[in-house]
Design a protein around this ligand. Structure first.
Ligand code: MN
Ligand code: MN
Length: 488
């Protein structure tokens, strides 16, 4: 409908015509208001949110790396009837299949009743998180102590990673090709590791530095030992002693570490935060909060109308490059297989049209408005903890650079679904214009031709070793994802 400006406002009509009640009713009708869900949720919803948070916290405790998240997803999904897509020749409605993507990404689908040509309803999140990776030659001895050299992964504030307990997770492929899984620091009796910081007594010069230089990348050295090998004739006997422990315990040598994927992550468990336990504090919530809620939404599906898919990607935090990232063809191979095994055969144009008819929520976290750092946000266009899933039309930086700007028609259709199910949502931007920016996997999926909208949970202290989310947001994000895949 065309908007015409030809109707003149009658000043007398506007002035004084409305009673207080009428004015309030009018406001309710015309304003977009986003209320805190704690104010509206009943006992049942609160209890459901708390119970859901407990499950989510144990997922975070068990899944501290992308590989661990894939193992958890495969185990959980096999238990509820999903099988590897390679083992299935023909796909029929209600069938459940998955694929591990190099052990670092995951994709799963529940086949719908409707023809595959109607497209798929997809949830996509990422399961890699910022951390410290080991350098290829990490072990060294200095001043009769032994350390690991690290190379940070993703966007971190380096000063946040010192003076906290750290754990070592990952894999080492031995000379004979066998794979060793490493996880030290999270069990009650495990030792932990740490990057030391300078004492304030001698920190005068350090404290005058810029935050980017207070702790430099080359300062992120992890303390791992301090007892020498019992022999005075050998040099580097402290390092030798540590390598000896590694060899006796795991059968590995220094050379095996060159190709290893070892991640240094915080050693503590996810915790309730607040006297009222309203928040969850944990490492890796970006983006495992969206991964967990997406997995939960898919796990609920038995025989959906449309085929529903969950994609959990790797390498998002470093730009989504490589064969486990959102740009990898391996995820698309799975979609091609879904199409072909549903359709009976592969037909390229048919597949492409199926993707064009598909809809996806790019499930990734956004910045939660923090009153302590209010100056980086536009309060009228910020996401708030407690107000539910945040729908973001675009991400990017500067003039929306790098954003996949969702189409109005699709965005509005997602809003219609959530509104019809009474699922509260909010909207916002990451922060103020030109304050910085960020991206998600949204654009890579949109490039394939499907409709994609960014949305996710608001997080405080994002990318820190202790990120904070609201329990009510986590639960309602799960409900939103479920509503989307069942109704889009
Ligand atoms: Mn993210
Ligand atoms: Mn991130």
């Amino acid at each position: 409908m065309e908007l015409k400006g030809d109707k003149k406002n009658n000043v007398d009509e506007i002035k004084g015509k409305y009673t207080k009640k009428q004015a309030n009713d009018l406001k309710k009708k015309l304003f977009a208001e986003y209320r805190n869900i704690w104010e509206t949720a009943g006992t049942e919803e609160r209890e459901a949110a708390f119970a859901f948070a407990d499950e989510y916290k144990s997922f975070l405790d068990m899944g501290k790396t992308e590989r661990e998240c894939v193992i958890l997803s495969v185990e959980a999904f096999e238990e509820i009837g999903f099988s590897d897509i390679d083992s299935v020749k023909v796909l029929k409605p209600g069938m459940k299949v998955y694929k591990s993507i190099k052990g670092k990404g995951f994709i799963a689908a529940v086949l719908g009743k409707n023809p595959i040509s109607e497209g798929m309803n997809i949830l996509g999140a990422h399961i890699d998180s910022p951390r410290l990776d080991l350098k290829p030659s990490p072990v060294y001895e200095d001043s009769e102590m032994v350390f690991l050299k690290t190379h940070y992964y993703g966007g971190i504030k380096k000063y946040q990673w010192v003076a906290i307990p750290l754990a070592i997770h990952g894999i080492v492929v031995r000379k004979d090709g066998s794979v060793l899984t490493v996880s030290i620091g999270d069990k009650e009796d495990d030792p932990v590791f740490t990057v030391t910081d300078l004492l304030p007594h001698l920190g005068q010069e350090q404290m005058t530095k810029k935050a980017t230089e207070v702790i430099k990348g080359e300062d992120l050295n992890v303390l791992i030992g301090g007892i020498p090998l019992d022999n005075d004739d050998v040099s580097q006997k402290y390092k030798l002693s540590v390598l000896n422990i590694l060899n006796e315990t795991y059968g590995i040598t220094e050379k095996d570490l060159v190709s290893a994927e070892i991640e240094i992550v915080p050693a503590y468990k996810a915790k309730d935060v607040g006297l009222d336990r309203s928040f969850i504090g944990a490492y890796g919530q970006d983006d495992r909060v969206c991964a967990f809620t997406a997995l939960a939404a898919i796990a609920d599906q038995e025989k959906p109308d449309k085929t529903v898919v969950c994609i959990l990607t790797d390498k998002e935090e470093i730009g989504s490059e490589g064969n486990s990232s959102a740009q990898s063809k391996l995820y698309e191979n799975f979609l091609v297989e879904i199409y072909s095994k549903s359709n009976g055969s592969y037909d390229e144009l048919g597949y492409r049209k199926c993707i064009a008819a598909s809809r996806m929520l790019s499930a990734d976290v956004t910045n939660g408005f923090d009153p302590t750092f209010a100056s980086v946000s536009d309060p009228k266009n910020a996401s708030y903890c407690g107000k539910g899933i945040c729908l973001e039309k675009y991400t990017g930086s500067r003039g929306k650079s790098g954003a996949s700007d969702a189409n109005s028609e699709f965005f509005a259709s997602v809003v219609r679904i959530l509104d019809s199910k009474n699922i509260p949502w909010q909207t916002g931007e990451l922060g103020k214009i030109d304050a910085g920016g960020g991206g998600t996997i949204c654009k890579f999926m949109a490039n394939m031709g499907m409709e994609v909208l960014d949305c996710g949970v608001a997080v405080l202290a994002m990318h820190s070793p202790f990120e904070v989310t609201s329990k009510i947001d986590v639960y309602y994000t799960y409900l939103a994802y479920k509503a989307f895949i069942e109704n889009a």
